[in-house]
Design a binder for this molecule. Sequence first.
Ligand code: UD1
Length: 416
Amino acid sequence: MDSIYIGGGRELKGSVLISGAKNAVLPMMAASLLADGTTTIENVPNLRDTITMASLLEVTGAEVNLDFPSLSVNTSTMDTPKAPYELVKTMRASFYVLGPLLSRFGEAKVSLPGGCAWGPRPVDFHLRALKKMGASIKLKEGYVLAKAPYLKGCSVRFDFPSVGATGNILMAATRARGTTTIENAAMEPEIEQLAEMLKLMGAQIEGIGTSYLTVHGVEHLKPITISVIPDRIEIGTFLIAGALMGKVTVKNSVPSQLTSLLEKLHSAGTQVDIDRESITASFTGRVNPVDLTTAVYPGFPTDLQAQWIAFMCLADGSSMLTDSVYHDRFSHVPELNRLGADIKTEHNTAFVRGVKKLKGAEVMSTDIRASASLIIAGLAAEGETLVSRIYHIDRGYENIVGKFQSLGAEIKRIKS
Ligand code: UD1
């Protein structure tokens, strides 16, 4: 298994071009199954997860042509409403195909995603809403067996604005009979792009970008061409690295999607310069400790919590970071402590006491964002760091090693 070698302590300087958003492209790829014909998606990031989703679409019989950064999906050959365990177990977002498959075939057999590195991640909201839309749902041998000759519009209210459940039900509702309303819907920019895509395909959706969506079902959706928005989590990752170690500009970013992060960076003493489509974060000689609690959009994203903790490890004082979205998402903490950090966790809060310096060590990557946090910490540490199990980072960051190299970091991939 490959690992990443980091020679820490180098200043980072320069600019990086941000790739398409992982969390936007995955549901968009699933949505392509709803169109009759060939959908083209541009600015597709070259990630293990996009390759997994492409394989999943192929299992359904769709003809998939993945030539990064372009992808086309022809659904005219689709004949198998199935998502097998071998693929779903590697990526929870595979569950996004349930809504589209059920809507197209009147039945679907999709593996349950199972647990993951940060505790149980249930799919009860997805299933409850589909039942309300008239589907019969059975769980058998680790699979969801869903059946509905047709889905019917209804009103759905999520207990929590789940990103995945909103996307799944939104897709299912586009071709349902009648009107579906989704209350307490997720408002993440990636869901907004999915809704915009469905609308371009001919879906009738009102309330895009709000927590209340209304979908009037239509008979058919048409194929379109669409380009994926930039990845706000990748943007945040590079800005935090710049705030700690130099001056980093992220190009093709959407500053309005990162307000919560930019405010926190400002409180941490980072100089933040915003241009129309680029953001620069510069280290100003001191990092102030800043507490935060993750929240759904537009709050501080849970997907940047691990990177923020790496940042706070070198702050001048103590900070408290609470994850209110995923209560058990702290697998990076023991690894950061191996690098000399001083972090304790209690329930869903990490208490970070800033240290003067971190020291390189061998660490293990445990999930996508935890890996990014270890890379940031390794780059800031004195000496050599080796991050193993980096297949996690390949799932969610396109060419992170090359991008950090272009900023002047001493970082390389070591093939095993
Ligand atoms: C998506 C993102 C992930 C991000 C997360 C929260 C993708 C591919 N992944 O994951 O990177 O960290 O949003 O922003 O977009 N829940 C239930 N029942 C359900 C569904 C969710 O209880 O049926 C709970 C979860 O356990 C969690 C919370 O709701 O506590 C949020 O989960 P959700 O928004 O669904 O996350 P994902 O869509 O899986």
